[in-house]
Design a protein around this ligand. Structure first.
Ligand code: ADP
Length: 160
């Protein structure tokens, strides 16, 4: 059986915090599928197709990472992809409480999929898509929070 993990999120935009979880995930899994979804609770900053193409650019030299758009339940997407693992990052106690609920519900829906959590590096704990988005929208320099293949111009040019 292939050891595949799905890393789901809205990635709006994808940050170096997300990048680190994928890179570390590659030490545990043969393949990591970055699954880009809509989050009904969050207002969209970048169009989903733009998010997908920016993340593909980050991992263009890493054949073990694929980036796909998805809809529907994440556990159903795992089943369709042949993934037995769901990968998530944990920054804070607040993340934990949220992730615990989602992880337990996902397990209740499909016990064949195990959720695996990686703790964020301390220096990346404060990085979130919403803060990076605010910096970009207010003309600030967010480059130290963005993967090296993604520039401010890449993001702002592609905003709808
Ligand atoms: P969602 O809308 O599903 O919360 P996000 O794009 O905000 O999607 O986050 C996707 C995943 O990445 C989550 O597991 C989140 O905890 C994790 N994550 C977000 N920021 C960081 C970071 N700075 N370091 C590590 N993991 C992170």
């Amino acid at each position: 059986m292939k050891n595949i993990a799905v890393f789901p999120g809205s990635f709006d935009p994808f940050t170096i915090g997300h990048e680190e979880i994928v890179t570390r995930g590659l030490r545990l899994f043969e393949r990591v599928v970055v699954a880009v979804g809509e989050n009904a609770g969050k207002r969209e900053f970048l169009d989903i197709t733009v998010r997908v193409s920016l993340i593909r650019k980050v991992f263009r030299d890493e054949p073990r990472v694929s980036v796909e758009q998805y809809t529907g339940l994440t556990v159903d997407y795992c089943e369709r992809t042949g993934a037995s693992f769901l990968l998530r990052g944990l920054r804070t106690a607040a993340d934990f409480e949220y992730e615990r609920a989602v992880g337990q519900i996902n397990r209740a829906m499909n016990a064949r999929v195990e959720t695996v959590f990686l703790l964020t590096s301390p220096q990346r704990t404060f990085i979130s898509s919403s803060i990076v988005k605010d910096i970009l929208l207010n003309g600030g320099d967010a480059s130290s929070f963005l993967p090296s293949h993604v520039t401010r111009e890449d993001i702002m040019r592609k905003r709808t």
